[in-house]
Design a binder for this molecule. Sequence first.
Ligand code: SAH
Length: 293
Amino acid sequence: MSQENSGTMAQQADPIDPKQVGAWYDQFGDVYHQTIGDSLHCGLWVPPDAPPPAGLDLVTLSSEAQDRYTDYLISVLHLRPGQRFLDIGCGPGRPAGRLAELTGAHVTGISVSKEQIDRAVRLAAETAGAAGSGRLTFEVADATCLPYDDESFDGAWAVESIGHMDRAKALKEAWRVLRPGGELLVLEAVLTAEPTEADTALYDQVLASNLPLRMPEFFALVEEAGFHTLELKDLTANLALSMDVMELVFRDRSQEMSERFGPEFAGLMAAALPGVRALVREKIRFFLLLLRK
Ligand code: SAH
């Protein structure tokens, strides 16, 4: 567009000089490869006709990936309608809800967080009438000292929760409340290298968790509790990507995080998350274990 008629149309600078474009790509084009992949275009993250807000932001995409993960875990179980299932460390209840809905099982979720159980109960009430909602129970309970009779469940899972607990006790308690032949699905990290003091502090002070064990140590606990291992799958890449998303989103929204959780916690978390990412990539493997009593 020439300078003379530019006033009559939308204001636009002169079209960029192809030489300048070429020079830019020559010098900086690799920035795309370094950050988003082997092509220079965007990714098809969601189906083209997905209704908004699907995939509009990383948190939504991550939440969808979480549901896919839950559904995959459900597919690994051999749970039948009417059976009784225990969700050990259930969080605010979404996975338990999907499990009840998709399998027809009766699901009891437990957590040591009262706030989570309140949310889970509310979620179940809000979805009352939805398939599965009538078969959901949540309560505050400690997995290392379960308030249930021996052999009172057909199946159980501990999804990214057992690291918070005395693992040996939690595994023994899970074994006690399962019927013979009952399955326990565990999602758990193990260490593959020596943790530094900073790594240990990260688990203790930021993640409210015990350090992961080495693989042989963890399997010793599994066997000591009386379980046989049916299946073992490495899901490390999934944990690593979720930690990438968490760090990026947290950094993006640091102001909002500080207002929500207070500057002290937000600062601690912001400082810790790059270390969490590095730890997961360099010193941890993350496994699915299907165990049988
Ligand atoms: N399984 C859920 C939540 C994982 S977060 C999900 O996949 O979304 C870890 C959960 O373990 C939290 O709900 C936490 O409260 C619970 N937890 C930690 N220690 C526990 C204990 N001793 N007994 C019961 N729940 C525990």
